[in-house]
Design a protein around this ligand. Structure first.
Ligand SMILES: [Zn+2]
Length: 121
């Protein structure tokens, strides 16, 4: 049986989008009505390689800061040991895109090869 109090508590966590003014559930990172980010930053942790013993207990934290009046958009990379950061650096969105391409290159076939296959030539 559904716990009604818990159900309503979960569904009442809604705030107003600062851009369009529509209601947005707190769990959403972006407004479903206008797509504006609802948080000033997003954070993800990445685990170390399990087969590299010297990295046990460490993690890579990447924080994505959205543009604001005080700060340009940026991505901040930090290496964490336990509950403190050993080092950190912020990069521009362009450098982050270059990093993403370096880490996971997109495999694009040349345009004419795709066209030739599409036309079955
Ligand atoms: Zn909105």
């Amino acid at each position: 049986m559904l716990d009604r109090d818990l159900f309503w508590a979960d569904n009442q966590r809604v705030h107003t989008c600062r851009h369009c003014g529509n209601g947005v559930e707190d769990r959403f990172r972006f407004c479903p009505w206008c797509a504006v980010p609802q948080r000033s930053k997003l954070v993800e942790f990445f685990a170390p390689h399990p087969d590299v013993p010297t990295d046990a207990g460490r993690a890579l934290r990447v924080s994505r800061y959205f543009a604001s009046d005080e700060r340009p958009p940026q991505l901040r990379f930090s290496i964490w040991s336990g509950d403190s950061a050993d080092a950190a650096v912020s990069v521009t969105e362009e450098e982050a895109a270059r990093l993403a391409e370096f880490v996971a290159p997109t495999t694009r076939r040349p345009f004419f090869d795709q066209l030739r296959d599409s036309l079955r030539l």
